[in-house]
Design a protein around this ligand. Structure first.
Ligand code: SF4
Ligand code: SF4
Ligand code: FES
Length: 228
């Protein structure tokens, strides 16, 4: 039997099934908490840290990733405090610097209010979000790919670097990868901080309605919840 708890997110009382994450609860209620590594229904690994929120523990505010935080009766959560906005903007900036060639990452950065990036661009082709690895293991039960290496060498690969026979060739890993969405021409190129019209309007929408959906490619492409 489903048991429900009542929590408060940004002042709104919300009933949610016990065991649900704060992120899923917020999305279901129509509050967009920026996120990247989260895929509904898959195990959460808290890799991107974009979904941080503040919640009250013993009278003190604590910063936690909302995808790994389960709802509890009486929990109080804030998704958009000044502290959270500052931390999240910095995380998003670092993500753009890591992989500026992803529309999904540009979008999530706009949602976080990023107008320019202060870090050197590294043009990596993977941000280690683990979406592909978890989808392969948990949806297809294939485990045909996984993380290998440590530190700067960490990457996603096949066992021994070769596609195994048990890969189902479903292509789901590619579909879920935020790096496969073509970036727009405008923003966040090295030495060129101009935002294109589309990005400007997304940024304005995010600033006017910090909890709202800006129809980012992550939502449209990856079905983050109700916004498809
Ligand atoms: S194509 Fe292969 S590696 Fe990719 S999700 Fe499917 S089974 Fe896994
Ligand atoms: S290959 Fe894509 S989906 Fe997989 S961990 Fe890297 S960025 Fe994420
Ligand atoms: S969505 Fe929560 S840490 Fe990435």
């Amino acid at each position: 039997m489903l048991r429900y708890v009542t929590i408060k997110i940004d002042g709104a009382f919300i009933r949610a099934p016990r065991g649900t994450s704060v992120l899923d609860t917020a999305i279901e209620y129509g509050i967009c908490i920026p996120h990247l590594c989260h895929v509904s229904g898959l195990t959460e690994i808290g890799a991107c840290r974009l979904c941080i929120v503040e919640h009250e523990v013993a009278g003190r505010a604590r910063v936690t990733t909302s995808c790994t935080l389960s709802v509890q009766e009486g929990m109080v959560v804030w998704t958009n405090t000044d502290k959270i906005k500052r931390l999240r903007r910095n995380i998003a900036e670092l993500l753009v610097a890591q992989a500026p060639n992803s529309r999904a990452i540009q979008d999530v950065a706009l949602r976080c209010g990023v107008r320019e990036v202060r870090y050197p661009f590294r043009n990596q082709d993977c941000v280690l979000c683990g979406r592909c690895v978890r989808a392969c293991a948990e949806i297809w039960q294939a485990r045909a790919i996984g993380f290998v290496g440590r530190g700067k060498e960490r990457r996603v690969d096949y066992p021994f670097g070769r596609r195994p026979d048990f890969c189902k060739q479903c292509n789901y890993c590619v579909q879920l990868c935020p790096m496969t969405i073509t970036p727009c021409e405008g923003p966040m190129k090295n030495g060129e901080e101009r935002l294109c019209g589309n990005c400007e309007s997304q940024l304005m929408a995010a600033e006017e309605n910090p909890d709202g959906c800006i129809w980012c490619q992550l939502g449209e492409g990856f079905q983050c919840g109700r916004y498809v």
